[in-house]
Ligand binder design. Structure first.
Ligand code: GDP
Ligand code: IMO
Ligand code: MG
Length: 422
Protein backbone atom coordinates (compact mmCIF):
# COMPACT_ATOMS: atom_id res chain seq x y z
CA UNK A 1 0.00 0.00 0.00
CA UNK A 2 1.03 3.59 -0.62
CA UNK A 3 0.11 6.92 0.93
CA UNK A 4 -1.93 9.23 -1.29
CA UNK A 5 -1.33 12.93 -0.79
CA UNK A 6 -3.79 15.80 -1.17
CA UNK A 7 -2.43 19.33 -1.16
CA UNK A 8 -2.95 22.89 -2.36
CA UNK A 9 -1.27 24.17 -5.52
CA UNK A 10 -1.83 27.91 -4.97
CA UNK A 11 -1.59 30.16 -1.89
CA UNK A 12 -3.86 28.05 0.32
CA UNK A 13 -7.65 27.92 0.81
CA UNK A 14 -8.11 25.97 -2.42
CA UNK A 15 -10.80 23.78 -0.81
CA UNK A 16 -8.61 20.98 0.57
CA UNK A 17 -10.88 20.33 3.57
CA UNK A 18 -13.92 19.84 1.35
CA UNK A 19 -12.24 17.29 -0.90
CA UNK A 20 -10.63 15.37 1.98
CA UNK A 21 -14.09 15.07 3.54
CA UNK A 22 -15.56 13.92 0.21
CA UNK A 23 -12.95 11.21 -0.46
CA UNK A 24 -12.43 10.04 3.14
CA UNK A 25 -14.71 6.98 2.68
CA UNK A 26 -11.98 5.60 0.37
CA UNK A 27 -9.42 5.69 3.22
CA UNK A 28 -8.80 4.13 6.64
CA UNK A 29 -6.59 6.94 7.96
CA UNK A 30 -6.34 10.67 7.26
CA UNK A 31 -3.09 12.28 8.46
CA UNK A 32 -2.07 15.94 8.64
CA UNK A 33 1.67 16.32 7.99
CA UNK A 34 2.55 20.01 8.48
CA UNK A 35 1.32 23.43 9.48
CA UNK A 36 -0.87 24.11 12.46
CA UNK A 37 -3.81 26.32 13.41
CA UNK A 38 -2.86 28.81 10.68
CA UNK A 39 -4.92 26.44 8.52
CA UNK A 40 -8.68 26.71 8.24
CA UNK A 41 -10.31 23.84 6.36
CA UNK A 42 -14.05 24.19 5.76
CA UNK A 43 -16.42 21.24 5.55
CA UNK A 44 -20.10 21.63 4.67
CA UNK A 45 -22.54 18.75 4.82
CA UNK A 46 -26.13 18.14 5.90
CA UNK A 47 -26.63 21.89 6.23
CA UNK A 48 -23.80 22.21 8.76
CA UNK A 49 -20.53 24.06 8.43
CA UNK A 50 -17.35 23.16 10.32
CA UNK A 51 -13.93 24.80 10.10
CA UNK A 52 -11.02 22.59 11.18
CA UNK A 53 -7.62 24.04 12.09
CA UNK A 54 -5.51 21.18 13.43
CA UNK A 55 -7.74 18.12 13.23
CA UNK A 56 -7.68 16.22 9.92
CA UNK A 57 -10.75 16.63 7.73
CA UNK A 58 -11.74 12.96 7.97
CA UNK A 59 -13.02 13.43 11.53
CA UNK A 60 -16.73 13.38 10.67
CA UNK A 61 -16.67 10.02 8.93
CA UNK A 62 -16.96 7.13 11.34
CA UNK A 63 -14.61 4.21 10.57
CA UNK A 64 -11.77 6.59 9.73
CA UNK A 65 -8.85 7.31 12.02
CA UNK A 66 -7.33 10.77 12.05
CA UNK A 67 -3.68 11.33 12.85
CA UNK A 68 -1.97 14.63 13.65
CA UNK A 69 1.55 13.90 12.42
CA UNK A 70 4.98 14.82 13.75
CA UNK A 71 5.35 17.67 11.24
CA UNK A 72 2.35 19.55 12.65
CA UNK A 73 2.64 22.27 15.31
CA UNK A 74 -0.10 22.21 17.94
CA UNK A 75 -1.65 24.99 19.96
CA UNK A 76 -3.33 23.08 22.82
CA UNK A 77 -5.86 25.86 23.38
CA UNK A 78 -7.06 25.90 19.77
CA UNK A 79 -7.08 22.11 19.58
CA UNK A 80 -9.11 21.85 22.78
CA UNK A 81 -11.67 24.35 21.45
CA UNK A 82 -11.87 22.43 18.19
CA UNK A 83 -12.42 19.13 20.00
CA UNK A 84 -15.15 20.60 22.22
CA UNK A 85 -16.93 21.91 19.14
CA UNK A 86 -16.90 18.63 17.26
CA UNK A 87 -17.83 16.66 20.38
CA UNK A 88 -21.03 18.70 20.40
CA UNK A 89 -21.72 17.24 16.97
CA UNK A 90 -21.48 13.73 18.36
CA UNK A 91 -17.89 12.81 17.42
CA UNK A 92 -15.96 10.80 20.04
CA UNK A 93 -12.41 11.97 19.49
CA UNK A 94 -11.01 9.53 22.03
CA UNK A 95 -11.83 6.85 19.45
CA UNK A 96 -10.76 8.36 16.15
CA UNK A 97 -8.08 10.97 16.83
CA UNK A 98 -4.41 10.20 17.50
CA UNK A 99 -1.53 12.62 17.99
CA UNK A 100 2.16 12.09 17.25
CA UNK A 101 4.41 12.34 20.30
CA UNK A 102 6.84 14.22 18.06
CA UNK A 103 4.46 17.04 17.09
CA UNK A 104 5.79 20.34 18.46
CA UNK A 105 3.89 22.57 20.86
CA UNK A 106 3.01 26.21 20.25
CA UNK A 107 3.56 28.05 23.55
CA UNK A 108 1.75 31.28 24.49
CA UNK A 109 5.09 33.07 24.09
CA UNK A 110 5.45 31.75 20.51
CA UNK A 111 2.28 33.64 19.66
CA UNK A 112 3.58 36.79 21.36
CA UNK A 113 6.87 36.46 19.46
CA UNK A 114 4.90 36.14 16.20
CA UNK A 115 3.08 39.39 16.97
CA UNK A 116 6.33 41.09 17.95
CA UNK A 117 8.03 39.97 14.75
CA UNK A 118 5.17 41.21 12.56
CA UNK A 119 4.92 44.54 14.40
CA UNK A 120 8.63 45.16 14.03
CA UNK A 121 8.49 44.47 10.28
CA UNK A 122 5.93 47.28 9.82
CA UNK A 123 4.89 47.58 6.17
CA UNK A 124 7.03 44.57 5.26
CA UNK A 125 5.05 42.23 7.50
CA UNK A 126 4.29 38.73 6.19
CA UNK A 127 0.62 39.01 7.07
CA UNK A 128 0.95 36.01 9.40
CA UNK A 129 -2.13 34.51 11.00
CA UNK A 130 -0.35 35.26 14.33
CA UNK A 131 -0.87 31.69 15.52
CA UNK A 132 2.79 31.33 16.54
CA UNK A 133 3.72 29.16 13.56
CA UNK A 134 7.04 30.80 12.60
CA UNK A 135 8.50 31.02 16.14
CA UNK A 136 7.49 27.40 16.90
CA UNK A 137 9.17 26.00 13.78
CA UNK A 138 12.21 28.20 14.62
CA UNK A 139 12.46 26.53 18.02
CA UNK A 140 12.03 23.13 16.38
CA UNK A 141 14.92 23.66 13.96
CA UNK A 142 16.86 25.53 16.65
CA UNK A 143 16.53 22.37 18.80
CA UNK A 144 14.79 24.12 21.66
CA UNK A 145 11.20 23.03 21.11
CA UNK A 146 8.78 21.12 23.31
CA UNK A 147 6.89 18.19 21.86
CA UNK A 148 3.58 16.52 22.71
CA UNK A 149 5.45 13.54 24.17
CA UNK A 150 7.20 15.85 26.65
CA UNK A 151 3.88 16.63 28.31
CA UNK A 152 4.04 13.13 29.84
CA UNK A 153 7.51 13.62 31.38
CA UNK A 154 8.12 14.86 34.97
CA UNK A 155 10.32 17.71 33.82
CA UNK A 156 7.68 19.25 31.57
CA UNK A 157 7.05 22.38 33.64
CA UNK A 158 10.77 22.96 34.10
CA UNK A 159 11.41 22.64 30.38
CA UNK A 160 8.49 24.95 29.66
CA UNK A 161 9.93 27.56 32.04
CA UNK A 162 13.36 27.35 30.41
CA UNK A 163 11.90 27.92 26.95
CA UNK A 164 9.69 30.78 28.14
CA UNK A 165 12.72 32.41 29.81
CA UNK A 166 14.50 32.30 26.45
CA UNK A 167 11.49 33.88 24.75
CA UNK A 168 11.31 36.63 27.35
CA UNK A 169 14.96 37.48 26.67
CA UNK A 170 14.12 37.73 22.95
CA UNK A 171 11.11 39.94 23.65
CA UNK A 172 13.30 42.53 25.42
CA UNK A 173 11.11 45.46 26.41
CA UNK A 174 8.12 44.36 24.30
CA UNK A 175 5.07 44.48 26.63
CA UNK A 176 4.39 40.74 26.86
CA UNK A 177 3.35 40.46 30.53
CA UNK A 178 -0.42 40.95 30.19
CA UNK A 179 -0.65 38.79 27.09
CA UNK A 180 1.18 35.97 28.84
CA UNK A 181 -0.87 36.26 32.02
CA UNK A 182 -4.10 36.11 30.00
CA UNK A 183 -3.15 32.94 28.17
CA UNK A 184 -0.85 30.78 30.29
CA UNK A 185 -3.46 29.17 32.58
CA UNK A 186 -5.70 28.24 29.69
CA UNK A 187 -2.68 26.70 27.97
CA UNK A 188 -1.91 24.37 30.89
CA UNK A 189 -5.59 23.51 31.27
CA UNK A 190 -5.67 22.58 27.59
CA UNK A 191 -2.58 20.37 27.98
CA UNK A 192 -4.43 18.57 30.78
CA UNK A 193 -7.56 18.26 28.61
CA UNK A 194 -5.57 16.77 25.72
CA UNK A 195 -4.26 13.97 27.95
CA UNK A 196 -7.43 12.06 27.02
CA UNK A 197 -6.22 11.77 23.41
CA UNK A 198 -3.81 8.92 22.71
CA UNK A 199 -0.25 9.93 21.85
CA UNK A 200 1.48 7.61 19.40
CA UNK A 201 4.78 6.96 17.67
CA UNK A 202 3.09 7.98 14.45
CA UNK A 203 5.87 6.95 12.05
CA UNK A 204 5.65 3.35 13.34
CA UNK A 205 1.88 3.46 13.52
CA UNK A 206 1.47 4.65 9.92
CA UNK A 207 4.09 2.31 8.44
CA UNK A 208 2.55 -0.66 10.27
CA UNK A 209 -0.87 0.38 8.99
CA UNK A 210 0.47 0.46 5.43
CA UNK A 211 1.99 -2.98 5.86
CA UNK A 212 -1.30 -4.38 7.01
CA UNK A 213 -3.03 -3.03 3.89
CA UNK A 214 -4.63 0.12 5.29
CA UNK A 215 -5.26 3.08 2.99
CA UNK A 216 -3.82 6.41 4.11
CA UNK A 217 -4.43 9.92 2.82
CA UNK A 218 -2.02 12.70 3.80
CA UNK A 219 -3.79 16.06 4.08
CA UNK A 220 -1.76 19.15 3.29
CA UNK A 221 -2.28 22.59 4.78
CA UNK A 222 -1.54 25.98 3.16
CA UNK A 223 -0.41 25.70 -0.47
CA UNK A 224 2.66 25.19 -2.64
CA UNK A 225 3.28 28.91 -3.15
CA UNK A 226 3.46 29.29 0.66
CA UNK A 227 6.11 26.54 1.00
CA UNK A 228 9.16 27.61 3.01
CA UNK A 229 11.55 26.54 0.21
CA UNK A 230 9.54 26.86 -3.00
CA UNK A 231 7.00 29.55 -2.17
CA UNK A 232 7.21 33.31 -2.67
CA UNK A 233 9.81 33.69 0.09
CA UNK A 234 9.82 35.49 2.52
CA UNK A 235 6.03 35.79 2.16
CA UNK A 236 5.47 32.13 3.01
CA UNK A 237 4.69 29.93 5.98
CA UNK A 238 7.39 28.06 7.92
CA UNK A 239 6.86 24.46 6.78
CA UNK A 240 7.18 22.32 3.67
CA UNK A 241 3.68 22.31 2.25
CA UNK A 242 4.69 20.21 -0.78
CA UNK A 243 4.59 16.43 -1.31
CA UNK A 244 8.07 16.04 0.20
CA UNK A 245 6.61 17.37 3.46
CA UNK A 246 4.64 14.14 3.74
CA UNK A 247 7.87 12.18 4.06
CA UNK A 248 9.32 14.31 6.85
CA UNK A 249 5.98 15.18 8.44
CA UNK A 250 4.75 11.59 8.75
CA UNK A 251 7.84 9.40 8.40
CA UNK A 252 6.73 8.01 5.05
CA UNK A 253 9.51 6.93 2.67
CA UNK A 254 9.43 8.63 -0.78
CA UNK A 255 8.82 5.30 -2.53
CA UNK A 256 5.65 4.88 -0.45
CA UNK A 257 3.98 7.96 -1.92
CA UNK A 258 1.13 7.01 -4.27
CA UNK A 259 -1.32 9.37 -5.93
CA UNK A 260 -0.75 13.10 -5.49
CA UNK A 261 -4.00 15.04 -5.74
CA UNK A 262 -3.38 18.73 -6.42
CA UNK A 263 -6.20 21.13 -5.55
CA UNK A 264 -6.66 24.47 -7.29
CA UNK A 265 -9.37 27.07 -7.68
CA UNK A 266 -10.72 27.92 -11.15
CA UNK A 267 -9.23 31.36 -10.35
CA UNK A 268 -6.71 32.32 -7.65
CA UNK A 269 -6.62 33.89 -4.19
CA UNK A 270 -4.07 34.90 -1.60
CA UNK A 271 -4.44 36.13 1.98
CA UNK A 272 -1.69 38.09 3.68
CA UNK A 273 1.13 40.04 2.06
CA UNK A 274 3.39 39.12 -0.83
CA UNK A 275 3.47 39.06 -4.61
CA UNK A 276 0.44 37.94 -6.62
CA UNK A 277 0.98 38.56 -10.36
CA UNK A 278 -2.64 37.96 -11.48
CA UNK A 279 -4.26 39.91 -8.63
CA UNK A 280 -7.28 42.01 -9.64
CA UNK A 281 -7.41 45.14 -7.52
CA UNK A 282 -10.61 46.27 -9.19
CA UNK A 283 -14.31 45.52 -9.43
CA UNK A 284 -13.64 42.15 -11.10
CA UNK A 285 -11.58 41.03 -8.09
CA UNK A 286 -14.27 42.37 -5.81
CA UNK A 287 -16.94 40.41 -7.72
CA UNK A 288 -14.95 37.17 -7.31
CA UNK A 289 -14.52 37.91 -3.57
CA UNK A 290 -18.22 38.46 -3.07
CA UNK A 291 -19.49 35.50 -5.08
CA UNK A 292 -16.76 33.18 -3.76
CA UNK A 293 -17.12 34.44 -0.15
CA UNK A 294 -13.37 34.93 -0.19
CA UNK A 295 -12.80 35.81 3.44
CA UNK A 296 -10.29 33.89 5.59
CA UNK A 297 -11.60 30.80 7.42
CA UNK A 298 -9.08 31.39 10.24
CA UNK A 299 -8.72 35.18 10.45
CA UNK A 300 -11.76 36.52 8.57
CA UNK A 301 -9.47 38.75 6.50
CA UNK A 302 -10.40 39.65 2.88
CA UNK A 303 -8.71 37.25 0.49
CA UNK A 304 -7.05 38.94 -2.47
CA UNK A 305 -8.54 37.61 -5.73
CA UNK A 306 -7.24 37.23 -9.28
CA UNK A 307 -7.25 35.07 -12.40
CA UNK A 308 -5.84 31.58 -12.65
CA UNK A 309 -2.06 31.49 -13.11
CA UNK A 310 -0.76 28.66 -15.31
CA UNK A 311 3.01 29.25 -14.90
CA UNK A 312 2.55 29.04 -11.11
CA UNK A 313 0.36 25.93 -11.41
CA UNK A 314 2.86 24.22 -13.73
CA UNK A 315 5.59 24.96 -11.19
CA UNK A 316 3.44 23.48 -8.40
CA UNK A 317 2.77 20.36 -10.49
CA UNK A 318 6.48 19.90 -11.04
CA UNK A 319 7.49 20.28 -7.38
CA UNK A 320 4.71 18.02 -6.12
CA UNK A 321 4.59 15.32 -8.80
CA UNK A 322 0.84 15.83 -9.11
CA UNK A 323 -0.95 12.83 -10.67
CA UNK A 324 -4.52 14.16 -10.59
CA UNK A 325 -6.13 17.54 -10.16
CA UNK A 326 -9.26 18.83 -8.43
CA UNK A 327 -10.66 22.05 -9.79
CA UNK A 328 -12.58 23.97 -7.14
CA UNK A 329 -15.12 26.80 -7.09
CA UNK A 330 -15.87 26.71 -10.82
CA UNK A 331 -19.36 27.97 -9.93
CA UNK A 332 -17.89 31.27 -8.75
CA UNK A 333 -17.18 32.12 -12.42
CA UNK A 334 -20.75 31.30 -13.53
CA UNK A 335 -21.65 34.91 -14.35
CA UNK A 336 -18.46 36.03 -16.11
CA UNK A 337 -18.78 36.63 -19.87
CA UNK A 338 -15.03 36.31 -20.29
CA UNK A 339 -12.50 34.45 -18.16
CA UNK A 340 -8.81 35.28 -18.24
CA UNK A 341 -6.10 32.64 -17.98
CA UNK A 342 -2.52 33.76 -17.36
CA UNK A 343 -0.30 31.76 -19.71
CA UNK A 344 2.98 33.68 -19.35
CA UNK A 345 4.55 36.61 -17.56
CA UNK A 346 6.29 39.56 -19.14
CA UNK A 347 9.39 40.30 -17.09
CA UNK A 348 11.57 43.24 -18.18
CA UNK A 349 9.90 43.07 -21.59
CA UNK A 350 10.67 39.38 -22.00
CA UNK A 351 8.04 36.62 -22.18
CA UNK A 352 8.61 33.82 -19.61
CA UNK A 353 6.50 30.80 -18.68
CA UNK A 354 8.04 30.06 -15.29
CA UNK A 355 8.05 31.69 -11.85
CA UNK A 356 11.21 33.87 -11.56
CA UNK A 357 13.48 33.69 -8.46
CA UNK A 358 12.02 36.54 -6.43
CA UNK A 359 8.95 38.29 -7.76
CA UNK A 360 8.56 40.62 -4.78
CA UNK A 361 8.39 44.19 -6.01
CA UNK A 362 9.25 43.02 -9.53
CA UNK A 363 7.74 44.50 -12.66
CA UNK A 364 5.90 41.35 -13.67
CA UNK A 365 3.01 41.58 -16.06
CA UNK A 366 0.68 38.63 -16.59
CA UNK A 367 -0.08 37.73 -20.21
CA UNK A 368 -3.63 36.46 -20.63
CA UNK A 369 -5.57 34.23 -22.96
CA UNK A 370 -9.26 35.16 -22.90
CA UNK A 371 -11.79 32.36 -22.93
CA UNK A 372 -15.55 32.56 -23.24
CA UNK A 373 -17.48 32.13 -19.98
CA UNK A 374 -20.32 29.60 -19.68
CA UNK A 375 -22.90 31.98 -18.18
CA UNK A 376 -24.79 29.08 -16.61
CA UNK A 377 -25.52 28.19 -13.00
CA UNK A 378 -23.33 25.15 -12.30
CA UNK A 379 -24.26 24.67 -8.66
CA UNK A 380 -26.82 21.93 -9.35
CA UNK A 381 -24.70 20.11 -11.93
CA UNK A 382 -24.33 16.39 -11.17
CA UNK A 383 -22.87 15.09 -14.40
CA UNK A 384 -20.55 16.77 -16.88
CA UNK A 385 -22.67 15.32 -19.69
CA UNK A 386 -25.09 18.15 -18.92
CA UNK A 387 -22.44 20.87 -18.64
CA UNK A 388 -22.28 23.84 -21.01
CA UNK A 389 -19.73 23.45 -23.81
CA UNK A 390 -17.74 26.53 -22.69
CA UNK A 391 -17.21 24.90 -19.30
CA UNK A 392 -16.07 21.63 -20.86
CA UNK A 393 -13.72 23.64 -23.07
CA UNK A 394 -12.27 25.39 -19.99
CA UNK A 395 -11.58 22.02 -18.33
CA UNK A 396 -10.08 20.57 -21.52
CA UNK A 397 -7.86 23.62 -22.03
CA UNK A 398 -6.49 23.48 -18.46
CA UNK A 399 -5.87 19.73 -18.70
CA UNK A 400 -4.00 20.19 -21.94
CA UNK A 401 -1.86 23.02 -20.54
CA UNK A 402 -1.17 21.34 -17.20
CA UNK A 403 -0.79 17.87 -18.67
CA UNK A 404 -2.51 16.25 -15.70
CA UNK A 405 -6.12 14.95 -15.64
CA UNK A 406 -8.74 16.89 -13.68
CA UNK A 407 -10.44 14.03 -11.82
CA UNK A 408 -12.70 16.09 -9.56
CA UNK A 409 -14.68 19.22 -10.39
CA UNK A 410 -16.30 21.11 -7.51
CA UNK A 411 -19.33 23.33 -8.19
CA UNK A 412 -20.32 24.41 -4.68
CA UNK A 413 -19.18 24.21 -1.04
CA UNK A 414 -21.35 21.22 -0.08
CA UNK A 415 -20.12 17.62 -0.06
CA UNK A 416 -22.79 16.86 -2.65
CA UNK A 417 -21.66 19.53 -5.10
CA UNK A 418 -18.77 17.44 -6.33
CA UNK A 419 -18.38 15.74 -9.72
CA UNK A 420 -16.03 12.78 -9.80
CA UNK A 421 -14.81 12.10 -13.31
CA UNK A 422 -13.48 8.66 -12.31
P1 GDP B 1 -8.90 24.94 2.52
O1 GDP B 1 -8.11 25.73 3.49
O2 GDP B 1 -8.10 24.58 1.30
O3 GDP B 1 -9.58 23.74 3.11
O4 GDP B 1 -10.05 25.91 1.99
P2 GDP B 1 -10.96 26.90 2.90
O5 GDP B 1 -11.96 26.10 3.63
O6 GDP B 1 -10.11 27.85 3.67
O7 GDP B 1 -11.63 27.79 1.77
C1 GDP B 1 -12.41 27.26 0.77
C2 GDP B 1 -13.79 27.92 0.83
O8 GDP B 1 -14.49 27.66 -0.36
C3 GDP B 1 -14.66 27.40 1.94
O9 GDP B 1 -15.51 28.42 2.38
C4 GDP B 1 -15.47 26.29 1.25
O10 GDP B 1 -16.72 26.04 1.91
C5 GDP B 1 -15.67 26.89 -0.10
N1 GDP B 1 -15.75 25.96 -1.23
C6 GDP B 1 -15.08 24.79 -1.42
N2 GDP B 1 -15.36 24.30 -2.63
C7 GDP B 1 -16.22 25.14 -3.22
C8 GDP B 1 -16.85 25.21 -4.50
O11 GDP B 1 -16.65 24.36 -5.37
N3 GDP B 1 -17.67 26.28 -4.74
C9 GDP B 1 -17.88 27.25 -3.84
N4 GDP B 1 -18.69 28.26 -4.17
N5 GDP B 1 -17.30 27.23 -2.62
C10 GDP B 1 -16.48 26.20 -2.33
P1 IMO C 1 -5.07 26.65 4.66
O1 IMO C 1 -4.55 25.32 5.14
C1 IMO C 1 -4.13 30.67 3.28
C2 IMO C 1 -0.61 32.61 5.00
C3 IMO C 1 -0.84 33.78 5.90
C4 IMO C 1 0.45 34.55 5.64
C5 IMO C 1 1.49 33.46 5.50
C6 IMO C 1 2.25 33.15 6.78
O2 IMO C 1 -6.37 27.04 5.23
O3 IMO C 1 -5.01 26.73 3.17
P2 IMO C 1 1.70 32.01 9.11
O4 IMO C 1 0.51 32.14 10.00
O5 IMO C 1 1.94 30.65 8.61
O6 IMO C 1 2.92 32.65 9.70
O7 IMO C 1 1.34 32.94 7.84
O8 IMO C 1 0.77 32.29 5.10
N1 IMO C 1 -1.34 31.37 5.40
C7 IMO C 1 -2.40 30.90 4.75
N2 IMO C 1 -3.09 31.41 3.71
N3 IMO C 1 -4.47 29.47 3.80
C8 IMO C 1 -3.77 28.95 4.83
O9 IMO C 1 -4.01 27.70 5.29
C9 IMO C 1 -2.72 29.67 5.38
N4 IMO C 1 -1.85 29.47 6.40
C10 IMO C 1 -1.01 30.50 6.40
O10 IMO C 1 -1.97 34.51 5.51
O11 IMO C 1 0.37 35.23 4.40
MG1 MG D 1 -8.22 27.56 4.51
Amino acid sequence: MKVDVLLGLQWGDEGKGKIVDVITPDYDIIARFQGGPNAGHTLIFEGQKQVLHTIPSGIFRSNTLNVIGNGVVIDPVTLKAEILEIEKKGVDVTKNLLISKKAHLILPTHKILDRYSEESKGKKKIGSTLKGIGPTYMDKTGRNGLRMGDTQGDQFKERYDTLVAKHIRLLGDYPYQDLLKETENAWFEAIEFLSKIELIDSEHYLNNALQSGKKILAEGAQGTLLDIDFGTYPFVTSSNTVTAGTCTGLGIAPNKVGEVIGIFKAYCTRVGSGPFPTELENEVGQKIREIGHEYGATTGRDRRCGWIDLPALKYANMINGVTQLSMMKADVLDTFDTIHVCTHYKVNGELVDYLPYDITGMDIEPVYKEVKGWNTDLTGLKDLKNAPQEFLDYIAYLEQELNVPISIVSVGPDRDQTINRG
